[in-house]
Ligand binder design. Structure first.
Ligand code: ZN
Ligand code: ZN
Length: 258
């Protein structure tokens, strides 16, 4: 078993040959795909693919880049979409102060909307954070105080300090192909500290192809390379890493296990 816990199968680069992409991943041993949405108008297509393919699940959410264009999106729209049996997660959501494509206050407000929906549905929150560690940790902590919700930090690239904070809050950490990059020494150190039961792997395809595929369109098959690399870092067998991260996936995304 091996799960790509975060991919964008409906994005350019993958959507044109979605069936071939899925076939290559399955041939590489990938047994599950969490297909992530970033805008409301993607939800129908993302859900349709999950209805069609038994190993593909859907998430519904608004990426922080898109917050300005979804400033009026309320909880009701997310709740309604989340009720679909193939929707197993809320997100991706969060804060991105690196690109600042949307107003920061709007990003924060929409992040809290997603959190409320995660708490209400029990579906895990998929958090994107870039150059926004302090505000991300503060909002997560404040909202956890109002009532717990399951969550993960996807494509983790933050500091060891932030990693410890979110692990203390009960979050899971998902590692992408970035971990394989030669300049990712700090991140590699963090990756060895993540508790065994809090670790996931992902591609974030079509972005961030891991070594040895850098420069190519990333696809879910490459999660196998990231898993192999992380296994090496942590001194466990590749088979163990695949089993552990798959078990963690189904423990977190309980609706996918059902
Ligand atoms: Zn992201
Ligand atoms: Zn993503």
């Amino acid at each position: 078993m091996l799960i790509d816990s975060h991919c964008h199968l409906n994005y350019k680069g993958l959507v044109e040959e979605q069936q071939a992409v899925l076939a290559r991943a399955r041939a590489a041993g990938v047994t599950g795909f969490l297909n992530i949405s970033t805008r409301e108008r993607e939800w129908a297509d993302i859900i349709a693919l999950a209805e069609q393919e038994s190993d593909v699940w859907a998430s519904v959410g608004i990426h922080p880049h898109e917050a300005d264009t979804h400033a009026d999106l309320g909880e009701a729209a997310l709740l309604e979409a989340a009720a679909h049996p193939r929707v197993v997660a809320i997100g991706e959501t969060g804060l991105d102060y690196y690109y600042d494509h949307s107003d920061r206050q709007t990003q924060q407000a929409l992040f809290r909307t997603h959190i409320a929906v995660s708490r209400e549905t029990g579906l895990p929150l998929i958090v994107h954070t870039r150059d926004a560690e302090d505000d991300t940790a503060a909002i997560l902590s404040d909202e956890m105080g109002k009532g717990a919700f399951p969550a993960l930090i996807h494509c983790f690239t933050a500091s060891a300090d932030f990693g410890r904070k979110v692990i203390d809050m009960g979050l899971t950490i998902s590692l992408s192909g970035i971990i394989t990059f030669k300049n990712a020494k700090d991140l590699q150190a963090v990756a060895t500290e993540v508790p065994e039961d809090r670790l996931l792997v992902e591609t974030d395809a079509p972005f961030l192809a891991p070594i040895p595929h850098r420069g190519r369109v990333c696809e879910p098959a490459f999660v196998a390379d990231t898993a192999r690399f992380v296994a090496g870092l942590r001194g466990v067998s590749e088979e163990d890493l695949r089993a552990t991260t798959s078990r963690n996936f189904f423990n977190l995304f309980t609706k996918a296990a059902a």
